[in-house]
Ligand binder design. Sequence first.
Ligand code: FE
Length: 339
Amino acid sequence: MKCNFKSILYISITLICSQFAHATDEINVYSARKEAYIKPLLDQFGQTHNVQVNLITAKADALIQRLLNEGKNTPADVFITVDAGRLHRAKQAGLLQAIKDPAILSQVPHQYQDADAQWVGLSVRARTLAYRHKNVKEEELSNYEALTNASWKNRICIRSSNNIYNQSLVAAMLAHHGEQATQAWADGLVANFARKPQGGDRDQIKALAAGQCDLAVINTYYLGKMMTADAAQQAAASEATLFWANQDDRGVHVNVSGVGITAHSKQPELASKLVAFLLTDASQAWYGEVNLEYPVRDGIEINNILQQWGPFKADTLNLTRLGELNAEAVRIMDRAGWR
Ligand code: FE
């Protein structure tokens, strides 16, 4: 519906237009993030642009399956999830379309967006080392590669190989070192496990605090969340100190939460507006603050806890590679006996 602003019926037509817009502008978001981590932002977009935002939250793989089942009839316009590996899965399944707005693509650092612009990062997540300061000195730590050293025998806690964060970590090793070296690394790492992989990243920190291991591999926001959780979690978190891995070479392994416009969105322009909104200064600051992740754009204010941890050098590997190398990473972990 087009409005002729020169018309003598300007006022009444504008009124009809705005009512029309109000009644029909709806956007559907499928998100794998916890509702509290995204809904307030979506509501704000809705208010600012006079759009009704409908949010469906579920696990990433369930949403990918749902998008596959719905095919062309999907009501979804936007897909939000964590980990470049999963964003890549959605891309490979033909569920996304290229983001065309050059302003979006120029705002997100090149390494944090898909090579074909099918998704862009919204926040950066660092997967690094946490050590039990009672037993470990900072000088003993350097990089992921050194975790295969015999001095770490029976001292490392890490979650299972079916976790995408670990798959992406191994995929990054593959991108940097190739198959043989990565296999040797995975074999050596598994040989140093303190226990059979179990639980999530918070459980690795709890095990470390309980003295079951001296070193854990974690996404930093879990430690941050435990620092502000109940007394037991705070106590566990206080036993762990964060260490930025690989600062003398390629930088710490990072990943993103990200967003894509669905292949069958009926309104890709509106979807693109939502993506742009998620990248504004205010959205980036809020999103990082609530999730304790890092903004994907430079120059955005970060949370106090993140400031305490100090600046770090991040790996500049293009995250598209993590998705491309996922299957090979899983095979390597399987062969290493990483359960
Ligand atoms: Fe997580």
